[in-house]
Design a protein around this ligand. Structure first.
Ligand code: ADP
Ligand code: MG
Length: 702
């Protein structure tokens, strides 16, 4: 074995010099028998790196197995106030030098058996289960007990009995075996570190003892530990290609938001300068998917979504989200997917997924049984991975059934509660959702209510702050402009192809593409701008802004009297969020009436598309979300009353004839055709039934 400076003795000196307080705390815990925590955390950069010219520090990085074992023995023999032996203590090391921070995708064979640290987001955790570290066996020949040290692979049997030398049968004694809590977690690279379209890479981390049970999917962590390689099996045979994983020595949970963006003084100057530009709104709109023609209102809404409103905590503890949710609905081929992919490229911390994906963990979270070790595993879905960012969900209408029910909570409370098998957890999903959905029947019909056309429930739809319909209506003028725009882009594509062939070109094609179609603000700067705004600007409503919002809200309420209050209260919150985002976009901490006007304009556009009642030409939120307008509902109410009254009169024991109902409806001012339409709609809705053709009875809900 290599001669090392490290020894239990020298570690004992280290701990007594720097960690006396910790040793005493541990001794107290051992004495009072509540000593579950058996770790001493050593700050690598602060303490270890300066002890004895950093020799232990260096050796730890290169020979971690031996050095950690020395360190743990050092703790055992170190002095403490109770003079007890601190047995089974574990030395854990945090705060490694940045040079040891390896990207998951850069882990190579040179790292195997070395101490390194990785950073990422926790994607999966298994339940915590005991693992045998020293197995106790009984020899069936002589009855002697034999202990066998275990490692990570398969359970090892004794080779022979130490007492009678028999190599016969041994039986495992689980109770007498020495066990330790163990858990496996999967860490994934940060979404923000991926360049557009790259698949995130993952690595498994094994945790033991007091490290287990502390981590949730969605946590952002630094894991310090030893890289291991394990031979893989393939159909019962072993192959020389190895899997790598990490033996976790310590985990640091990170709290900061948007810290990953380093904003230099120079960046800050540019950002502040930009924010002064009176044309900042159109410049940002022009930087969102410049290759997509038109849709300015939608792009402005998305811009506001990227900045977000201010989350609030009410005195009673209720939290109101600041995140803005947007849904894009529309015909196939209108650039919905394209829009989402583009936003993925510019949004800091965004996760792109599609509701269709059956292999992925879905949108919220999944608890499954691991196929290898049979343990229950909790896996984070897109909204958890996008915590404090943006989740882009294409084909959201095709999401899995379990997501459908969990999504309400995930969008509004921004939490996901899981209670299944051995797993009880509450995950956070503090993200803005930008979803896209296709109409159920192929094409979107502006004259039918929204809810009838997409496969999402009214309650789920009401969680979106804004819903836009992207239609592909033929329009000569627009079509010509669109065609020119697309062809220009394609021509550009050909030029790029040529340039790529010129090997000397250092410029990435996407860069040229974007410069040429003038994104106005380059994505890198825009990302920093957004991060800066979210970090430093928290706008509040001025009194004139409040008044403006109240006026608009009351107007909306008037236009949908009798409608369920909850829907519009949500809309009020949405207006506030959007107005705050509008102020934040120009780095202002005051929401002015201009912000409100801007937002009302967007809001109207959205409502006109989804809630315009074709009968009255008025905005009717209930029509959009439930498919029944206020006038229709009044009608239904009247007709139901008519049928009920006639039933009670005992004149029609076998159902009320259609003609009679329509006649009475007409007397009450309902047109014949409309009354008939309502009658059949009621039958469809299950309010009425026909005992025989053209006769109706009321369905009573007892
Ligand atoms: P969807 O997801 O709505 O079905 P896609 O995003 O897949 O549609 O778009 C289909 C194609 O049509 C894409 O190549 C897209 O770039 C193009 N396209 C559609 N509308 C526009 C537009 N307004 N501007 C530029 N390209 C467009
Ligand atoms: Mg699509």
């Amino acid at each position: 074995m290599e001669a090392l400076f490290s020894s239990p003795e020298i570690w004992r000196e280290f701990f007594e010099t720097y960690y006396q307080h910790e040793l005493n705390r541990l001794a107290d815990a051992v004495i009072s028998l509540d000593g579950v925590e058996r770790s001493v955390y050593v700050d690598f950069l602060r303490d270890l790196a300066i002890f004895r010219e950093g020799r232990l520090a260096e050796e730890l990085l290169e020979n971690p197995d031996r050095v950690i074992s020395d360190a743990s023995k050092g703790i055992e023999f170190a002095y403490n106030i109770h003079d007890v032996r601190l047995e089974k203590c574990q030395a854990r090391f945090t705060n490694l030098p940045p040079t040891r921070r390896i990207l998951i995708r850069d882990l190579r064979s040179e790292h195997v058996s070395k101490f390194i640290s990785i950073e990422g987001i926790v994607r999966k955790v298994t339940e915590v289960r005991p693992k045998i570290v020293r197995a106790a066996y009984v020899c069936t020949s002589c009855g002697a007990e034999v202990m066998v040290e275990q490692d990570d692979n398969f359970l090892k049997q004794p080779y022979e009995c130490k007492k009678c030398q028999s190599r016969q049968r041994f039986i495992l004694l689980p109770e007498k075996s020495e066990k330790i809590d163990s858990q496996r977690i999967k860490i994934q690279e940060y979404p923000e570190n991926l360049r557009g379209g790259e698949q995130p890479q993952t690595i498994d981390v094994f945790l033991e003892g007091d490290l287990t049970g502390r981590i949730n999917p969605g946590d952002r962590v630094v894991v310090n530990g030893i890289v291991r390689a394990r031979v893989r099996g393939l159909g019962g045979k072993k192959i020389p290609h190895m899997d790598i994983f990490i033996d976790g020595n310590s985990i640091e949970i990170l709290q900061q938001e948007y810290e990953e963006f380093e904003i230099t003084e120079e960046d800050k100057k540019k950002i502040l300068e930009l924010s002064e530009d009176p044309g900042i709104y159109s410049r940002i709109v022009g930087s969102i998917a410049p290759v997509i023609y038109g849709y300015e209102t939608i792009k402005l809404a998305i811009a506001l979504q990227l900045f977000g409103g201010v989350p609030k905590k009410l005195p009673d503890g209720t939290e109101i989200r600041g995140d803005i949710h947007i849904l894009l609905v529309g015909d196939p081929g209108v650039a919905k997917s394209q829009m989402l992919r583009y936003v993925h490229r510019i949004a800091p911390r965004s996760v792109y997924t599609t509701g269709k994906g059956t292999t992925s963990a879905g949108l919220t979270a999944t608890a499954t049984r691991d196929e290898i070790d049979g343990r229950w595993t909790l896996e984070a879905g897109a909204l958890v991975l996008a915590d404090k960012g943006v989740a882009l969900v294409d084909e959201i209408d095709k999401m899995r059934a379990e997501d459908r029910s969990a999504l309400h909570e995930a969008m509004e409370q921004q939490t996901i509660s899981v209670a299944k098998a051995g797993i009880n957890a509450m995950l956070r999903s503090r993200c803005a959702l930008l979803g896209a959905a296709n109409p159920k029947y192929g094409r979107f019909d502006l004259f039918s209510p929204l809810v009838e056309q997409i496969d999402l429930s009214p309650t789920l739809l009401s969680r979106f702050d804004l819903i836009f319909v992207m239609t592909d209506e033929p329009d000569r003028e627009r079509d010509k402009l669109l065609a020119t725009h697309i062809l220009d882009t394609h021509e550009l594509g050909e030029k790029l192809e040529m340039m790529k062939n010129l090997a000397s070109s250092e410029v990435k094609p996407t860069e040229i593409e974007m410069r040429k179609i003038e994104p106005s603000i380059e994505p890198e700067l825009l990302r920093k701008y957004i991060a800066y705004a979210k970090r430093t600007v928290f706008p509040v409503l001025t009194s004139e802004a409040k008044e403006r919002i109240i006026d608009f809200y009351i107007g909306l309420r008037d236009s949908s009297k009798n409608s369920s209050v909850t829907i519009t209260a949500r809309q009020l919150e949405a207006l506030v969020r959007l107005a705050e985002a509008s102020a934040r976009l120009r780095l202002s901490d005051r929401v002015t009436s201009e912000d409100v006007d801007r937002v009302i304009e967007i809001f109207r556009r959205s409502l006109e598309q989804i809630a315009l009642n074709p009968e009255t030409g008025e905005i009717d939120i209930d029509y959009g979300f439930t498919g029944t307008s206020k006038t229709q509902r009044d009608r239904i109410f009247t007709i139901k009353k008519i049928v009920e009254d006639l039933e009670k009169s005992k004149e029609y024991p076998k159902g009320v004839p259609e003609e009679e109902i329509l006649k009475r409806a007409e007397e009450k001012g309902i047109e014949y055709a409309k009354a008939k339409e309502a009658l059949y709609k009621m039958k469809e809705m299950g309010e009425l039934y026909s005992p025989r053709p053209n006769f109706f009875r009321v369905v009573h809900n007892y």
